[in-house]
Write a protein that binds this ligand. Sequence first.
Ligand SMILES: [Zn+2]
Length: 316
Amino acid sequence: MKFETAYSLTLDDKLSIYDVRDLNFDETADFDSDKDSFLCPNDACRAAFDTGSNTLSTFNAKNVNYQRTPHFKNKTSTRHIDGCRYGSTHKTATGENDDEREENFPSEFVLTRRQYERKAPLTGAEGNIPQDAAKTPSNRVSISHSTNDSTPDKTSVFAHPVECYVSNIDDKDKLKSMPLKIGEHTATYWTFFKKIEYLQDNKGLIYWGKIKAIKDYTSSFRIDFEKKVWLDKKPYSVNVYLSKKLIENYRKRTAFLEQIKAAVDSERALYCFFYGVTPELKQVPSKKNPEQTFGVFSANIENLDHLIIREAPGVD
Ligand SMILES: [Zn+2]
């Protein structure tokens, strides 16, 4: 079975696999999931076993361009106490597709990044102190994430709601029934994800579409979308610009460059998802005849945390 969250021994906190990926790629964070231990998120279950050996494995924690849904899972040696729901070997209703879809839908996409506080190094038996006793509430950074055993309800990692949408695209009823809040706006997953050609329908949504081309310019990348926006019976191209200065200063620079450079050369169908800006109609000079202008829907991406380029089989 998949775990929606796991307890990280080094961070003394429960993380989703998307948090783990975000930390692995973050060059400002001293974190490597291969050097951490991930344990059962059930507090009682975790306390019953030796933390050093009863660990979970991670799937796609480090793969920049993944196709199958990342997750934590039991190793063959992982044990759970009786009654721990993570010990169940029963297949879910989706059967063999268990590993192929994201079943934990966060109800909120938080726009400010989650802060992780590394706990002090363990000494001796201290590691066995129940975690609540070891925490001083006053110096805990107040994070808007649940630290109890229930399913975490919020995420600040954009890849998480995107994976929910993409991996469940064959289940529209589910996407139409799952709520999602971003900022002050609450809708369902289905309505929050808007095909790029319909971007005029509403502002402030997660726009997405198939990539036609990615142009590598001196100071920016331009992502052109395949579909056009129609306005007054005329079609207009849509694109977004990613400033190279923004990428240079990005905390996940290496992973991002690896991803976009692979995308530039890719022969596979790739899709771009972004949140935070809405492309607007602009008049730009024509290359052939600079005195002429033509209209294009365009936007400058402002936050690379809120943009993803990925494969998305089945969404068209
Ligand atoms: Zn357990």
